[in-house]
Design a protein around this ligand. Structure first.
Ligand SMILES: NC(=O)c1ccc[n+]([C@@H]2O[C@H](COP(=O)([O-])OP(=O)(O)OC[C@H]3O[C@@H](n4cnc5c(N)ncnc54)[C@H](O)[C@@H]3O)[C@@H](O)[C@H]2O)c1
Length: 466
């Protein structure tokens, strides 16, 4: 079991903390080690390459270009679909015309496009990874080779082997003084940062129960009917990555990681084990076509921490049911509303006792307007670290959050108790050889004759998820 990671979010928290209290922070892992400042040579300009030009990649690139610390430009883009790249380019260009310089010969399409886009950068520039998670280790490895700082979207991994690989890469990045940000933006919520400090200071006593809920109708590409034959099965699975465990960790990893991560942060620990329920109530679309994806539509996971405290994560993708999307922490003396709504919407609050009524309120967050957007904060924090050469590597923590999420998913999918170490050491790699993919490669997951993909069978398939 790995200890709760000291990472840049806690560093950020600490920086705020030092500013406001003057107390000395704990030494960072890199303190005292002289590493060269990796910064684009000869100019303040930081160049950015976007790998994965979908919804989030477009948003992340726009967030990068909105930072105010110094000159920044988007100079290269990569995707496996030409139309996604083009739409993304148009959207970013519309919003940030003067900061986008991506001529046709710096727009790359294909499975090796990531290399070509990063080849346009100099050491000290930034690569953004916003593909589905399956490709993180491939892209991060190349960025480290090229001496690039990175911003990579959550989740980082869905299985044991790629988690171990990414943990090693995280160390390599730190050894080269490269900054690495992870899109678990709740960690950059100023309200959450203050709440974390209040909980550590004992405002609601010892934390004994944490609860996360994300329950709504079907979302993204979580449910899929048969592959239509076009595009290739590989590209179709990538397009519908919420449906396939190899591509995106399924809806569990993709949708629930934010709550799992920020609740563990509040507890300041990772859970040691999980047991879970889950199932699929509806196996055909409203039009009557059979669903072929690998997801359950309901999950209820109970995590246990080393001190015996519990955390529950309930997830549901079903229309017509009670929608809940918020998170809570219960202490021996009181209650905290962590995310009032969504992944990290404000305000956060603490209460004495277990009823969140106004008369019991101890504190509610007040955040300056320019600090309210955690997606902007995460980029300002990263750019501050790059421009002022501060230690910054969120990858170990991001892998741990991904592992804890996967351990809940695996507990539901197998019907077994899964420990953190089981998940970390699980030998099942969902999609080996992703660094060798080409446009003609077969899909990592093959359908049976009826067009259906292997689904988890709790109590029958126990050692791996399918
Ligand atoms: N932090 C957040 O709040 C947040 C929100 C949304 C999505 N995300 C994460 O961002 C990632 C992308 O999600 P999205 O909603 O933007 O999906 P999307 O499908 O809209 O975008 C992904 C893009 O990556 C491209 N792509 C896939 N494989 C590629 C490869 N090997 N090389 C180059 N390009 C490739 C796809 O063609 C697509 O354009 C996911 O990991 C998701 O969990 C995070």
């Amino acid at each position: 079991m790995l200890p709760m990671n000291e990472s840049s979010n806690s560093l950020t928290t600490r920086r705020e903390f030092i500013k406001t209290t003057g107390r000395l922070a704990a030494a960072s892992a890199l303190a005292g080690v002289a590493l060269p400042h990796v910064h684009a040579a000869g100019s303040d300009l930081i160049q950015v390459a976007l790998v994965g030009c979908g919804g989030r990649g477009t948003g992340a690139a726009a967030d990068a270009l909105s930072t105010k610390g110094g000159p920044i430009k988007l100079v290269a883009m990569a995707d496996v679909f030409e139309n996604r790249l083009r739409e993304s380019y148009d959207a970013i260009k519309r919003a940030h015309a003067d900061k986008v310089e991506v001529p046709e010969d710096r727009k790359f399409v294909g499975f090796d496009a990531y290399k070509k886009a990063m080849d346009c950068l100099k050491p000290g520039d930034i690569a953004i990874f916003a593909t589905p998670l399956a490709f993180r280790w491939v892209h991060f490895g190349y960025a480290i080779e090229k001496g690039l700082h990175v911003f990579m979207e959550k989740p980082l991994t869905a299985d044991g082997p790629t988690s171990r690989r990414l943990l090693k890469l995280a160390e390599e990045a730190s050894a080269k003084n490269l900054k690495a940000a992870v899109g678990l933006m709740s960690r950059h919520s100023r309200a959450f940062q203050e709440l974390f400090q209040r909980l550590q200071d004992g405002e609601i006593g010892d934390l004994i129960l944490l609860r996360g809920y994300r329950m709504h109708g079907p979302l993204g590409s979580a449910f899929s009917t048969k592959w239509p034959g076009n595009p290739s099965e590989l590209l179709w699975q990538i397009q519908r990555f919420h449906s396939f465990l190899w591509a995106g960790g399924g809806c569990f990893s993709d949708f629930y990681i934010h709550h799992v991560d920020h609740l563990c942060w509040m507890k300041n620990a990772w859970p040691v084990k999980a047991q879970a329920l889950g199932g699929r109530h509806y196996r055909q679309s409203p039009e009557g076509s059979p669903y072929v994806d690998q997801n359950f539509d309901s999950y209820a996971v109970e995590y246990t921490f080393a001190d015996g405290a519990k955390m529950t994560m309930d997830g549901r993708c079903t229309d017509g049911c009670n929608p809940i999307y918020s998170s809570y922490a219960h202490g021996s003396k009181g209650l905290a509303i962590v995310a009032k709504a969504g992944d990290c919407e404000l305000p956060s609050s603490t209460f004495k006792g277990q009823n969140p009524q106004r008369s019991n309120m101890l504190w509610t967050s007040k955040v300056e307007p320019d600090q309210r957007n955690p997606y902007a904060n995460e980029w300002n924090d990263l750019m501050d670290a790059i421009r002022n050469d501060k230690p910054y590597n969120e990858v170990k923590r991001g892998v741990e959050a991904s592992l804890v999420t996967s351990m809940g998913r695996m507990a539901a999918h197998t019907g077994q108790e899964i420990t953190f170490d089981d998940m970390l050491n699980c030998p099942h790699e969902f999609a080996p050889g992703l660094d060798q993919l080409g446009m003609d490669s077969p899909a990592p997951l093959r359908a049976a004759a009826d067009g259906k993909y292997p689904v988890p069978m709790p109590g029958i398939t126990k050692k791996q998820e399918y």
